[in-house]
Design a protein around this ligand. Structure first.
Ligand code: APR
Length: 234
């Protein structure tokens, strides 16, 4: 086995063949507003109902029976269970398709759609239901503060210390289905290079940071991820 410690970063592209639209692929618009405008603390302060509607729609879609993990998600779960070294999957996705396919060590650095958080007290709770401005927090009893447990533009991504600790000692870094437009995730490849890791980009097309990667494979994730994962387990 050539590698001892693997960090995989995934983005919206790994879930697109499962039927979940990527961010930038749709032109980045929803009800004629830029997603960046809605997915922000200011967007929530100004248009809370609209922001809830946006995430409620995405949650319902994600829970619909037609949305299922694809071969790329399954291949990463198999890689994790078959790889004897250290393995960490960091995803920018707020969907739960990695968990549904059996991945265990997963960090959602942009949060999770199936959780809600109280903006007043910080309590986090699982949810499959729609959120509303009138919802009350189970922990502090206040209302008006329940929001999706997702990281918005202008907010700090989650669990960065753990991610950087893993990057510092990885010897393979693989980025899958991410356009490389959003930092800090787009900079993880540089941290991996600083650690001396082999770096591989698996994407439909060259990302904004493709020049940083040593190896690149382009195509649909459902095809190229299982192929690549097999080479690691061989
Ligand atoms: N297989 C592989 N890659 C694909 C596929 C596919 N079937 N379909 C699309 N892609 C690639 C696209 O070419 C693109 O480079 O996936 C990438 C998706 O890019 P984005 O939509 O920008 O998604 P992502 O990089 O995850 O966005 C990062 O931005 O909007 C925020 O918080 C949001 O987590 C998100 C972050």
């Amino acid at each position: 086995m050539r590698h001892k410690s693997i960090v995989v970063l995934t983005g919206a592209g790994i879930s697109s063949e499962s039927g979940i639209a990527t961010f930038r692929g749709s032109g980045g618009l929803w009800e004629n507003r830029r997603v960046e405008e809605l997915a922000s603390p200011r967007g929530f302060a100004v248009y809370p109902e609209l922001v809830h509607r946006f995430y409620n729609g995405r949650r319902r879609q994600m829970l619909s029976p037609s949305i299922r993990p694809n071969a790329a998600h399954h291949a990463l779960a198999e890689l994790e269970s078959g790889f004897p070294g250290r393995f960490l999957l960091v995803t920018q996705n707020i969907d739960d398709l990695h968990e549904r396919s059996g991945s265990v060590k997963v960090i959602h650095l942009h949060g999770e759609l199936l959780k809600k958080r109280c903006a007043h007290c910080g309590d986090v709770e699982s949810t499959k239901a729609d959120l509303a401005v009138t919802d009350t927090c189970r922990a502090c009893g206040r209302n008006g503060g329940m929001r999706p447990h997702v990281v918005w533009f202008g907010e700090m991504p989650l669990r960065m210390e753990e991610i950087h600790a893993a990057l510092r000692c990885c010897d393979l870094f693989v980025a899958i289905g991410t356009s490389g437009n959003v930092y800090p995730a787009a900079g993880f490849v540089d941290a991996a290079i600083a650690a001396g890791a082999r770096t591989v980009e698996l994407n439909l097309e060259p990302s904004a940071v493709e020049s940083a990667f040593e190896e690149k494979i382009y195509g649909n994730a459902s095809r190229i991820v299982p192929q690549f994962a097999r080479t690691l387990l061989a």
